[in-house]
Write a protein that binds this ligand. Structure first.
Ligand code: SD4
Length: 331
């Protein structure tokens, strides 16, 4: 167990001195100088994504290998499961809400701290690209529901039927069983959160989902909320989340992970602390929550409330799926 004392010890500035570039922040009293450790940014290009998203990381790395930006890379990556009917947690083929509507959430964030998001968007196969346009073409961060749809249609997107026969048949069975109440769905775990570091060592992130299967109509989860489902600070690193969004939103999960790294935590320490905080503050039953994090040095962390959390990691050593550690330490 990482005690507070251990944590402080590990993050002592002298210990970090050789790894981090110190920035001196002065307040009015010049005697009180605070050293803020910033990672050097010596990472090789990499892409990391939640779950078994090999094709998504492949698409993202393809962009980076062609000297594209991390922002282009994460958008390209997120578009893969969005278009894949077999991924029943994202985009086309996503499981509907309890009334039978496929409603999508997505957000994207670049290395300059710009971010865009869509929530409760229907009929558009690539919500991540609409989120990017919100970021680039509007003075806003988030568009929702009909307004987001209107904006998408005005920018050349077409409407499509996103409810596949398979998802519809499953939902009809669920309705027949009279479970007209959102339940934690153990199969509902393919939401994509994706982070990339490009050749210029810039970090960007994206997150896209159809959300909690059979949720109440209008429910929005963590995935489209910058700071909850995903967050990037190019000076520090990035983080993303998957699982029961309500638990993630309540602790501003991805922001928390990045801020812990800013204070000196390794990515692994930061994701573990975020999960432990969720455990401490909630009565956990069957829920799953998993976090991924990378820092500017290209180190990564992955951790979840319980087993069966996998992630895909593409570096110069190749593209592979890993199981995240889940042994919950006593908190
Ligand atoms: C949500 N976090 O809407 C999403 C669901 C998810 O893997 O991640 N599923 O709460």
């Amino acid at each position: 167990m990482l005690t507070r004392k251990d944590f402080l010890k590990r993050t002592s500035f002298t210990a970090l001195g050789s790894l981090f570039l110190p920035v001196i922040a002065c307040n009015n009293n010049s005697k009180e100088k605070k050293v803020v450790p910033l990672a050097k940014g010596s990472a090789s290009p990499l892409v990391i994504a939640t779950w078994k998203n090999l094709k998504a990381t492949e698409a993202a790395m393809h962009v980076i290998k062609n000297n594209g930006s991390a922002l282009d890379a994460v958008e390209a990556g997120a578009k893969v499961p969005e278009a894949d009917p077999e991924d029943m947690s994202v985009g086309y083929g996503g499981r509907p809400d309890r009334d039978g509507f496929v409603t999508l959430d997505a957000c994207i964030m670049d290395e300059n701290g710009n971010t865009g998001s869509v929530t409760f968007l229907q009929h558009i196969i690539h919500p991540i690209s609409v989120a990017r346009l919100v970021m680039e073409k509007t003075p806003h961060v988030m568009l929702s529901g009909d307004g987001a749809l209107q904006f998408a249609l005005g920018n050349g997107f077409n409407t499509e039927n996103l409810l596949t026969d398979k998802a519809k048949a499953e939902w009809e069975e669920w309705v027949k069983e009279n479970k007209y109440t959102p339940v934690v769905n153990e199969h509902n775990h393919d939401t994509i959160g994706i982070l990339a570091i490009d050749n210029k060592q810039n970090i960007s992130g994206a997150c896209s989902t159809s959300g909690w299967a059979y949720k109440m109509h209008g429910r929005v989860g963590d995935s489209p909320i910058p700071g909850a489902g995903m967050y990037v600070d190019n000076e520090v690193g990035g983080a993303c989340a998957t699982g029961t969004g309500e638990l993630v939103v309540k602790i501003c999960g991805s922001f928390l992970v990045v801020e812990l790294m800013r204070k000196g935590a390794t990515p692994q320490e930061a994701v573990e602390e975020a999960v432990h905080r969720i455990v401490k503050k909630n009565h956990i039953k069957d829920e799953q929550v998993g976090f991924l994090a990378v820092n500017k040095n290209g180190e990564h962390g992955a951790y979840a409330l319980r087993e069966n959390f996998s992630y895909t990691y593409y570096t110069d050593k190749g593209n592979s799926v890993f199981d995240a550690s889940f042994e919950l330490k006593k908190v």
